[in-house]
Design a protein around this ligand. Structure first.
Ligand code: PLP
Length: 384
């Protein structure tokens, strides 16, 4: 290896290790003994055999892969059907399927923004939105988290003419709190700005129909650009943008991460269609999940655990420094519990946390085991 590269890789790795930020993967066994409170499979659909069957059937019918990008010959009837279902679910005229949420956000921001666009992002927005903003070359500002006053101040300081886009997560992925969609929409209307909401963690969970926090009840007039992902509550993979036909046509022309990539495997689209059928046919999954969240919070409060204020299945326990978070996560693992250990740069320094996620797939014993393990660790630490 040329020395410049050896040195570069070595130095970067050392800095990462020394800063306590080293990331390592561990092979996860979905049917293994660990109780999984780390994933985003909120409705327990990812391992539902009906999705697997739909996926296999889709693959047998159309092939394991789509074979080409959407604009060449990869756009299949199953993709078309899925886009229509997603548009109907969210109450939008049209929807466009992307292979991942990361690509949907990069593609949308890059297609909508250029050097003339003023872009305003919540400072806790998902990395894909922040990266998309950078890629787009827009003139970007970040407003304080969920702070309409700060957004208002930034909007008031920019010239009234020209295109302005405000972007927010619907449910914040590391905090679990929900954006004030009505407030954002109202602020945008007053300043003639467009609003884009990425509801990756709200879709399937929130809303009367599982249509998320900016779905049918909100509508395209207030949230003209809506992003949803299919790999979380819907248990499959991929993402979509929903909005006016003009928006979708624009993305088909200009969103490079849409144009220059192979369409998602048809079996995956078929599995998502099955997930959408179950979302409607089995609403008890959502009510059961909501009850779980309420019960977990009540019991955690009784144990003295200071959970972040969140009403969604994302229930963070902020512990402060990275080392403490890694220690807690390891001790929980020893007790058969898997939770997310989230450190900087994913969250700000000093706000490292356990990201505990609840799912309709959990049994009562799972929740009890989690609470017992957390309470034991907490007691150990208090007495130490
Ligand atoms: C997970 C996530 C994404 C990325 O979606 P993928 O389909 O996993 O690439 C985008 N936005 C938010 C808010 C997310 O939580």
């Amino acid at each position: 290896m040329p020395e410049a590269w050896t040195t570069y890789l070595g130095e970067r790795a050392a800095a990462q290790r020394d800063g306590g930020r080293w990331r390592a993967r561990r092979t996860h066994h979905p049917r293994g003994p660990l109780r999984d409170f780390a994933g985003n499979d909120y409705l327990g659909l990812a391992r539902d055999p009906r999705l697997a069957e739909a996926q296999a059937e889709g693959a047998r019918r159309d092939g394991a892969g789509a074979g080409a990008s959407h604009l060449v010959s990869g756009h299949l009837a199953v993709h078309e059907a899925l886009e229509q279902r997603l548009a109907a679910l969210t109450g939008r005229p049209a929807a466009l399927l992307f292979s991942t949420g990361y690509m949907a956000n990069l593609g949308t921001l890059q297609a909508l923004c250029d050097g003339e666009t003023r872009l305003f992002q919540d400072r806790l927005n998902h990395a894909s939105l922040l990266d998309g903003g950078r890629l787009s070359g827009a003139r970007s500002r970040r407003f304080h988290h969920n702070d309409l006053g700060d957004l208002e101040r930034l909007l008031a300081r920019t010239p009234a003419e020209g295109r302005r886009l405000v972007v927010s997560d619907g449910v914040f992925s590391m905090d679990g709190d929900v954006a004030d969609i009505a407030g954002l929409a109202e602020t945008c209307a007053r300043h003639d700005a467009w609003l884009m909401v990425d509801d990756a963690h709200g879709l399937g969970v929130l809303g009367e129909h599982g249509d998320g926090c900016a779905g049918r009840a909100v509508g395209p007039e207030r949230v003209p650009v809506l992003v949803g992902t299919l790999g979380k509550a819907l248990g499959s993979a991929g993402a979509f943008v929903a909005g006016s036909q003009a928006l979708i046509d624009h993305l088909i022309q200009f969103a490079r991460p849409y144009v220059y990539t192979t369409a998602q495997p048809p079996g995956v689209a078929a599995a998502t269609l099955e997930a959408l059928r179950l979302l409607e046919a089995e609403p008890e999954r959502r009510t059961h999940l909501a009850e779980r969240v309420t019960r977990f919070r009540a019991e955690a409060a009784r144990l003295g655990l200071a959970l972040s204020p969140s009403t969604t299945p994302i229930q963070p326990l902020v512990l402060g420094d990275s080392e403490r978070v890694m220690r807690w996560a390891e001790r929980l693992r020893e007790r058969g519990i898997l939770v997310g250990a989230i450190r900087e740069p994913t969250v700000p320094r000093g706000e490292a946390r356990l990201r505990i996620t609840l799912s309709a797939a959990h049994a009562d014993e799972d929740l009890e085991a989690l609470l017992e393990a957390l309470s034991a660790l907490y007691a150990e630490e208090v007495s130490a």
